[in-house]
Design a binder for this molecule. Structure first.
Ligand code: SF4
Ligand code: SF4
Length: 120
């Protein structure tokens, strides 16, 4: 705590990321979209309690969007994803000056969104 106050006093800012240490490896932080192997099953968007995930048909592909403005880091999306297209990281720092950076998108190679609840 003293180091933190000292650093703020010196730099006149609290936005330096090196003030904070990394979370433990098993800390449940933000989810990330890691692969384009999404099958369009919509299990993640249906299960997400915060409605932070949306899927959109985009020509021949699907765009998966994840918004950190509403995500509560519960990890359910990664649990229900059969293709391992979502991973939970130990990252918890979300501060940004650009709100658009709080939405991440991934384009998949799947042609059609499957009806909700349909087995793949
Ligand atoms: S971690 Fe939870 S709240 Fe965040 S996108 Fe996944 S299911 Fe939704
Ligand atoms: S495959 Fe995974 S990322 Fe794609 S819609 Fe299903 S649960 Fe979501």
């Amino acid at each position: 705590m003293f180091d933190l106050i000292k650093k703020i006093w010196k730099t006149k800012t609290v936005t330096k990321t090196d003030l904070f240490t990394d979370a433990p490896e098993r800390f449940r932080g933000k989810p990330i979209l890691v692969s384009n192997e999404c099958t369009g099953c919509q299990a993640c968007s249906t299960a997400c309690p915060a409605k932070a995930i949306t899927l959109e048909q985009n020509g021949d592909a699907i765009t998966v969007s994840l918004s950190y403005t509403t995500c509560i880091f519960c990890g359910i999306c990664a649990e229900v994803c059969d293709t391992d297209a979502i991973h939970i990281t130990n990252e918890y720092r979300l501060a940004t000056k650009n709100k658009d950076e709080l939405t991440v998108k991934k384009q998949t190679t799947v042609a059609k969104l499957l009806p909700v609840g349909k087995e793949v």
